[in-house]
Design a protein around this ligand. Structure first.
Ligand SMILES: C[S@@+](CC[C@H](N)C(=O)[O-])C[C@H]1O[C@@H](n2cnc3c(N)ncnc32)[C@H](O)[C@@H]1O
Length: 234
């Protein structure tokens, strides 16, 4: 499908899919959205909940649905270094972007110290899903693997992740990614005490999460967005 690069209100670029009238990030700010939702209300909350002993004592296992441009992933590289927390990151993507598209976004120039980590993330190969797929060290605190798969039909292992970034295209564009069945798969994959964070606060999706067993908190979103959803497996 055809994609074009567009600037968002915080100066960071995003991608636009004209056929679906859908953006990869909020047009109010791609960086702001990633920071506000996935880092501050995802990573930082879990980081605070984990034992603050030796970094290696309690690694944080993250699953991201929709690796896309790698923006959430690279901001997590930064957050992991800042917190001195070992992260094991699994990024899932059905349609990996070309290196040309990644370079056109211009993120590397804006990332400063994380530009190397960003390049290393993109250099990692895509692999088909298997539970023993190895991780590769991207930085001393960030181990990653990239899975090319359709998220909704993959059997994710039980209680294998502490934190899920659920960053799929919207229910309007891809209703198959917001079903009761997907919510149940997410619940199963998350460890007890784990957290799922997503920009989507659609009524039906919230019902599906609750039906799967999640406890929800509705939080304010970035850039004037009324609501985002945090879902906990208690
Ligand atoms: C909202 S964008 C993700 C943005 C991304 N998190 C970032 O930081 O750039 C949604 C992503 O989901 C991917 N995707 C679409 N359908 C998918 C599917 N069935 N399984 C896995 N990934 C899918 C798209 O290709 C796109 O990269």
């Amino acid at each position: 499908m055809k994609l074009s690069v567009e600037e968002t209100q915080d100066g960071w670029a995003t991608l636009y899919l004209p056929e679906c009238n859908e953006h990869y990030h909020s047009t109010f700010g791609a960086f702001e959205e990633a920071r506000w939702i996935y880092i501050e209300r995802g990573f930082d909350v879990m980081q605070a909940a984990l034992p603050a002993a030796l970094p290696a004592a309690a690694p944080l296992r993250i699953l991201e649905m929709g690796f896309g441009t790698g923006l959430n992933a690279v901001l997590t590289v930064r957050a992991a270094a800042r917190a001195r927390r070992q992260v094991f990151y699994t990024g899932v993507e059905a349609y990996p972007l070309s290196p040309e598209m990644i370079s056109e976004l211009g993120y590397a120039a804006r990332l400063g110290a994380e530009a190397g980590g960003y390049a290393a993330l993109h250099a990692l190969p895509w692999a088909a899903w298997r539970p023993d797929l190895p991780f590769t060290a991207v930085t001393p605190y960030f181990q990653a693997r990239k899975v090319q798969a359709l998220f909704e039909t993959t059997d994710w292992p039980e209680q294998a992740f502490d934190l899920i970034y659920y960053d799929a295209f919207s229910p309007r564009v891809q209703p198959e990614l917001w079903t009761e069945d997907v919510a149940a798969r997410l619940y199963r994959a998350l460890a007890r005490g784990g957290r799922l964070i997503t920009y989507c606060a659609q009524g039906r999706w919230k019902k599906n999460l609750q039906a799967a067993g999640f406890t929800l908190s509705l939080l304010p979103g970035p850039g004037g967005k009324r609501e985002i959803t945090a879902a906990e497996k208690r």
